[in-house]
Design a protein around this ligand. Structure first.
Ligand SMILES: [Zn+2]
Length: 284
């Protein structure tokens, strides 16, 4: 089984009227300035999944700063998940810096969203230590639902969308909320390395790291390396449509991982993060 744990879809109206939304949201504008930065709706995602032999995808909109636009994305994601219930796992995007964000998260969780994210602190204007985040964190803990955050590696080249929220902020959040399930995107900006610190590891018990956009940032051997010390923590994610699902599945298949490692990365670790699989049901 292959589950893509990191996919962005937007409603057809946003695909069509891209320029309008680029002007309305600074971060969305920066990330989609290049005409090669594609936008797709659910229908196109399903085609890509069929082509790449991806069984299911955890999908969400783009984390706009304006909760009204987040809502448009969430409606599309929830409708799509209702249409393809065995293929799509919906997450909700909200801006927790605004009061309306909490109500939108409540609405979506009640309507079947399995979690919240991928949120973008830089683009949406909040910090991981902001008190305004607390009500959302409490809500997610109540539902045992994960929060997915865009976390950036703070070293290396600059590129459109590189954020300033990195491993330290993510670790501090995890340590302060040990019960909160966190999926930290883009290898948690490198936080996955700190799983090797015996004193840091307990605070990371409910943290997973997704591989979204990995080939743009790291050598592919990061999969097998991290797999050596955190085999149950790596969640396969492509960042489709930024990267091709088919090519990314092929890259992972080409790594020479053993079957257990591959299954964990491609499916079971995400099921663990979602609470759909108990840790002891599958050997690490
Ligand atoms: Zn991201």
């Amino acid at each position: 089984m292959i589950i893509d744990g990191h996919v962005h879809i937007v409603p057809p109206s946003i695909v069509r009227d891209r320029a309008h939304y680029m002007a309305a949201d600074r971060w969305f504008g920066i990330l989609h300035a290049s005409p090669r930065a594609r936008l797709v709706s659910a229908e196109e995602l399903i085609h890509s999944m069929d082509d790449a032999e991806v069984d299911a995808a955890l999908c969400f909109g783009f984390a706009f700063a304006d909760n009204a636009i987040c809502r448009l994305c969430n409606d599309h994601v929830l409708e799509a998940a209702a249409r393809w219930p065995s293929r799509l796992i919906p997450f909700a995007v909200v801006n927790p810096a605004e009061e309306a964000g909490l109500a939108e998260a409540e609405r979506c969780l009640a309507a079947g969203a399995a979690g919240v994210g991928e949120l973008m602190p830089d683009g949406q204007g909040f910090g991981l230590g902001d008190p305004s985040l607390e009500p959302l964190l409490a809500l997610l803990q109540q539902h045992a639902a994960p929060l997915m955050l865009h976390i950036s590696e703070l070293v290396g080249h600059q590129y459109a969308g590189k954020g300033t929220v990195g491993p330290l902020a993510a670790y501090t959040l995890a340590a302060a909320h040990p019960e909160l399930r966190l999926i930290l995107s883009h290898w948690g900006g490198g936080l996955a390395l700190y799983e090797l610190m015996p004193k840091a590891r307990p605070s990371l018990a409910n943290v997973w790291y997704d591989t979204a956009a990995s080939p743009l940032l790291y050598e592919d051997r990061i999969f097998s390396e991290v797999s050596l010390w955190a085999p149950t923590k790596i969640v396969f994610g492509t960042d489709y449509p930024l990267l091709s699902q088919k090519r990314m599945v092929a890259r992972v298949r080409a790594l020479g991982l053993n079957q257990e490692q591959e299954e964990a990365i491609l499916a079971t670790n995400l099921l663990r993060a979602l609470g759909r699989l108990q840790a002891d049901e599958v050997a690490p």
